[in-house]
Design a protein around this ligand. Sequence first.
Ligand code: GDP
Length: 283
Amino acid sequence: MAGFFKSLYNKITNRAEIDWDDLEADLIGADLGVRLAGGIIDELKDLGRQVSAEDVVEVTRRQISSKLPPNAPPFLLRPDGKPFVILVVGVNGTGKTTSTAKLGHWLQKKGHSVVMAAADTFRAAAVEQLQRWGDRLNLPVVKGAPNADPSSVCYNAHQKAITDGARFLLCDTAGRLHTRHNLMEELTKIRRTIAKQDETAPHLTLLVVDATTGSNALQQAKEFHKASPLDGLVVTKLDGSGKGGVAVAIYEQLGIAPRFIGTGEEPDAFSPFEKDKFVAEIL
Ligand code: GDP
């Protein structure tokens, strides 16, 4: 049981009777969202008997499971051999660059060739960081000059991926959530530029959300989804104080499913989303 639910469990066990308002506040505090927390409380009340800590965990597990999609679908390689293009988007600090590198590593371990585009050109540190990951993991990185146009970096990287016959192109995009208008423009331009060489691309847009930031992540998902349609989530920092509940709220409200989870700073601390494991992790 994760730390949060463990303390909740102990709290309930040590009480003669459930304090419903307190429990609801705790569930909302676990970033499960008001609706899901309400649903859990209703189901517990419907039991019509003295509710135990086990009941709370069991009902929460069942409700979360019923709200999450099944395991993430596998990536399909393009039958024509062209690169499958993945845009990685998210707010700075969520673990976007790290997750891009980890995803590249994960694909490489599966035997696929990967090119990464350092398109977070606004932050020189992000470009250097991706380059360091590329050196460490032996993954090619395409960069631009400082403050280069992110879409031109993606274009060049796409070109390289096509020329090299790489099966995947991963674009680490700018993470500043300034005004929505600018973000929308930048991401739209990147999408348009990528489509120039392959009108079916990009094939997948992943939003990186930090599980420790709670309901902020839901707001970020809403903003990014307006700017660039999202296909899935990478939920990072589940090893930390992250409660992961926000992924449930994002899926419930926006229909964006978790695809990968990050559980540490090392390249292998990354795996495809599996519902049962994820629920066990949250609880
Ligand atoms: P970006 O600004 O979104 O590109 O974020 P970074 O990739 O630079 O990551 C920010 C910090 O979070 C770095 O110190 C990473 O090592 C760390 N980080 C990323 N993913 C995880 C994770 O799954 N678990 C933990 N504990 N740290 C992570």
